[in-house]
Write a protein that binds this ligand. Sequence first.
Ligand SMILES: *[C@@H]1O[C@H](CO)[C@@H](O)[C@H](O)[C@H]1NC(C)=O
Length: 175
Amino acid sequence: MDIFSRRLTSSFLFFLFLSFTEAKEILVGGKTDAWKIPSSESDSLNRWAEKSRFRIGDSLAWKYDGGKDSVLQVTKEAYASCNTSNSIAEYKDGNTKVKLDRSGPFYFISGAKGHCEQGQKLHVVVLSQKHRYTGISPAPSPAEIEGPAIAPTSSAAGLKAGFLVTLGVVVLGLF
Ligand SMILES: *[C@@H]1O[C@H](CO)[C@@H](O)[C@H](O)[C@H]1NC(C)=O
Protein backbone atom coordinates (compact mmCIF):
# COMPACT_ATOMS: atom_id res chain seq x y z
CA MET A 1 0.00 0.00 0.00
CA ASP A 2 1.45 3.42 -0.88
CA ILE A 3 1.64 6.30 1.58
CA PHE A 4 -1.31 8.12 0.02
CA SER A 5 -3.76 5.28 0.37
CA ARG A 6 -2.51 4.62 3.91
CA ARG A 7 -3.33 8.20 4.84
CA LEU A 8 -6.68 7.95 3.11
CA THR A 9 -7.50 4.74 4.95
CA SER A 10 -6.54 6.14 8.35
CA SER A 11 -8.59 9.32 7.79
CA PHE A 12 -11.50 7.15 6.76
CA LEU A 13 -11.18 5.11 9.95
CA PHE A 14 -10.87 8.27 11.99
CA PHE A 15 -14.14 9.64 10.58
CA LEU A 16 -15.79 6.26 10.99
CA PHE A 17 -14.75 6.42 14.66
CA LEU A 18 -16.16 9.95 14.99
CA SER A 19 -19.46 8.83 13.53
CA PHE A 20 -19.72 6.31 16.37
CA THR A 21 -19.13 8.86 19.09
CA GLU A 22 -20.47 12.20 17.85
CA ALA A 23 -23.78 13.41 19.20
CA LYS A 24 -26.26 13.75 16.38
CA GLU A 25 -29.07 16.12 15.61
CA ILE A 26 -31.97 13.95 14.52
CA LEU A 27 -34.77 15.45 12.43
CA VAL A 28 -38.02 14.03 13.78
CA GLY A 29 -39.65 11.79 11.19
CA GLY A 30 -36.56 12.10 8.97
CA LYS A 31 -38.06 14.95 6.92
CA THR A 32 -39.11 18.58 7.44
CA ASP A 33 -42.91 18.23 7.23
CA ALA A 34 -43.17 15.18 9.49
CA TRP A 35 -44.72 16.90 12.56
CA LYS A 36 -48.37 16.54 11.51
CA ILE A 37 -51.32 14.20 11.91
CA PRO A 38 -50.21 10.90 10.39
CA SER A 39 -52.22 9.70 7.40
CA SER A 40 -52.05 6.11 8.66
CA GLU A 41 -50.66 4.02 11.49
CA SER A 42 -47.70 2.95 9.35
CA ASP A 43 -46.93 6.63 8.68
CA SER A 44 -46.82 7.49 12.41
CA LEU A 45 -43.79 9.00 14.08
CA ASN A 46 -43.60 6.15 16.54
CA ARG A 47 -43.03 3.73 13.65
CA TRP A 48 -40.15 5.97 12.61
CA ALA A 49 -38.87 6.15 16.22
CA GLU A 50 -38.85 2.35 16.54
CA LYS A 51 -36.46 2.16 13.59
CA SER A 52 -34.21 4.94 14.89
CA ARG A 53 -31.53 4.90 17.55
CA PHE A 54 -31.33 7.64 20.15
CA ARG A 55 -28.33 8.17 22.39
CA ILE A 56 -27.55 10.48 25.30
CA GLY A 57 -26.34 13.80 23.92
CA ASP A 58 -28.29 13.54 20.65
CA SER A 59 -30.84 16.25 19.92
CA LEU A 60 -34.27 15.94 18.36
CA ALA A 61 -35.19 18.64 15.86
CA TRP A 62 -38.68 19.58 14.66
CA LYS A 63 -39.58 21.81 11.74
CA TYR A 64 -43.21 22.99 11.53
CA ASP A 65 -45.35 26.09 11.17
CA GLY A 66 -45.05 27.80 14.57
CA GLY A 67 -48.28 29.72 13.95
CA LYS A 68 -50.34 26.53 13.71
CA ASP A 69 -48.62 23.88 15.76
CA SER A 70 -46.32 23.31 18.71
CA VAL A 71 -44.34 20.61 20.46
CA LEU A 72 -45.17 19.76 24.08
CA GLN A 73 -42.87 17.59 26.15
CA VAL A 74 -45.16 15.78 28.58
CA THR A 75 -45.34 12.99 31.14
CA LYS A 76 -46.23 9.43 30.22
CA GLU A 77 -49.74 9.96 31.62
CA ALA A 78 -50.33 13.17 29.66
CA TYR A 79 -48.97 11.46 26.55
CA ALA A 80 -51.40 8.58 26.94
CA SER A 81 -54.41 10.83 27.55
CA CYS A 82 -53.34 13.67 25.18
CA ASN A 83 -53.56 16.13 28.05
CA THR A 84 -52.02 19.41 26.85
CA SER A 85 -52.75 21.42 30.01
CA ASN A 86 -49.68 20.67 32.09
CA SER A 87 -46.65 20.13 29.85
CA ILE A 88 -43.06 19.79 31.08
CA ALA A 89 -41.92 22.10 28.27
CA GLU A 90 -43.67 23.90 25.44
CA TYR A 91 -42.07 24.88 22.13
CA LYS A 92 -43.82 26.86 19.40
CA ASP A 93 -41.05 28.59 17.47
CA GLY A 94 -41.37 26.29 14.44
CA ASN A 95 -37.75 25.22 14.75
CA THR A 96 -37.53 23.24 17.96
CA LYS A 97 -34.54 21.38 19.31
CA VAL A 98 -34.59 19.22 22.41
CA LYS A 99 -31.42 17.67 23.77
CA LEU A 100 -31.77 14.08 24.96
CA ASP A 101 -29.74 14.58 28.13
CA ARG A 102 -30.52 11.30 29.92
CA SER A 103 -31.43 7.72 29.14
CA GLY A 104 -35.01 6.51 29.27
CA PRO A 105 -38.28 7.54 27.64
CA PHE A 106 -39.24 11.01 26.35
CA TYR A 107 -42.83 11.87 25.43
CA PHE A 108 -43.95 14.58 23.02
CA ILE A 109 -47.40 15.55 21.78
CA SER A 110 -48.73 18.24 19.49
CA GLY A 111 -50.18 21.30 21.22
CA ALA A 112 -52.61 21.92 18.35
CA LYS A 113 -56.20 21.19 19.37
CA GLY A 114 -57.22 17.61 18.56
CA HIS A 115 -53.95 16.67 16.86
CA CYS A 116 -52.59 14.38 19.59
CA GLU A 117 -55.87 12.44 19.62
CA GLN A 118 -55.40 11.85 15.90
CA GLY A 119 -51.94 10.42 16.42
CA GLN A 120 -49.57 13.39 16.29
CA LYS A 121 -47.37 12.22 19.14
CA LEU A 122 -43.90 10.82 19.63
CA HIS A 123 -42.34 8.48 22.18
CA VAL A 124 -38.57 7.93 22.03
CA VAL A 125 -36.38 5.82 24.28
CA VAL A 126 -32.80 6.89 24.81
CA LEU A 127 -30.41 4.00 25.34
CA SER A 128 -28.39 3.87 28.54
CA GLN A 129 -24.64 4.47 28.55
CA LYS A 130 -23.73 0.80 28.47
CA HIS A 131 -25.48 0.43 25.11
CA ARG A 132 -23.88 3.49 23.59
CA TYR A 133 -21.36 1.79 21.38
CA THR A 134 -23.56 -0.94 19.98
CA GLY A 135 -24.17 1.33 17.05
CA ILE A 136 -24.70 -1.30 14.36
CA SER A 137 -27.98 -3.09 13.72
CA PRO A 138 -28.53 -5.89 14.65
CA ALA A 139 -26.77 -4.83 17.82
CA PRO A 140 -23.69 -6.93 18.59
CA SER A 141 -23.12 -7.95 22.19
CA PRO A 142 -20.46 -6.02 24.15
CA ALA A 143 -18.21 -9.09 23.96
CA GLU A 144 -18.29 -9.00 20.15
CA ILE A 145 -17.32 -5.33 20.15
CA GLU A 146 -14.52 -5.68 22.63
CA GLY A 147 -13.03 -8.79 21.09
CA PRO A 148 -11.57 -11.75 22.95
CA ALA A 149 -8.40 -9.95 24.13
CA ILE A 150 -10.22 -7.62 26.50
CA ALA A 151 -11.92 -8.67 29.71
CA PRO A 152 -15.68 -8.02 29.68
CA THR A 153 -16.72 -4.84 31.43
CA SER A 154 -20.05 -3.13 31.58
CA SER A 155 -18.73 0.41 31.71
CA ALA A 156 -18.95 2.72 28.73
CA ALA A 157 -15.30 3.65 29.29
CA GLY A 158 -14.38 -0.01 28.91
CA LEU A 159 -16.36 -0.30 25.69
CA LYS A 160 -14.75 2.82 24.33
CA ALA A 161 -11.29 1.57 25.24
CA GLY A 162 -12.12 -1.76 23.64
CA PHE A 163 -13.23 -0.05 20.46
CA LEU A 164 -10.08 2.11 20.42
CA VAL A 165 -7.87 -0.95 20.85
CA THR A 166 -9.71 -2.72 18.04
CA LEU A 167 -9.34 0.36 15.85
CA GLY A 168 -5.64 0.56 16.78
CA VAL A 169 -5.12 -3.06 15.77
CA VAL A 170 -6.87 -2.45 12.46
CA VAL A 171 -4.77 0.66 11.74
CA LEU A 172 -1.52 -1.08 12.75
CA GLY A 173 -2.41 -3.99 10.52
CA LEU A 174 -2.56 -1.66 7.54
CA PHE A 175 0.95 -0.25 8.02
C1 LIG B 1 -54.82 17.21 32.64
O1 LIG B 1 -53.77 17.26 33.59
C2 LIG B 1 -54.00 18.17 34.64
C3 LIG B 1 -52.74 18.23 35.48
O2 LIG B 1 -52.19 16.99 35.71
C4 LIG B 1 -55.23 17.73 35.42
O3 LIG B 1 -55.48 18.62 36.48
C5 LIG B 1 -56.43 17.65 34.50
O4 LIG B 1 -57.54 17.15 35.18
C6 LIG B 1 -56.13 16.79 33.29
N1 LIG B 1 -57.22 16.90 32.33
C7 LIG B 1 -57.82 15.84 31.83
C8 LIG B 1 -58.90 16.11 30.82
O5 LIG B 1 -57.54 14.68 32.14
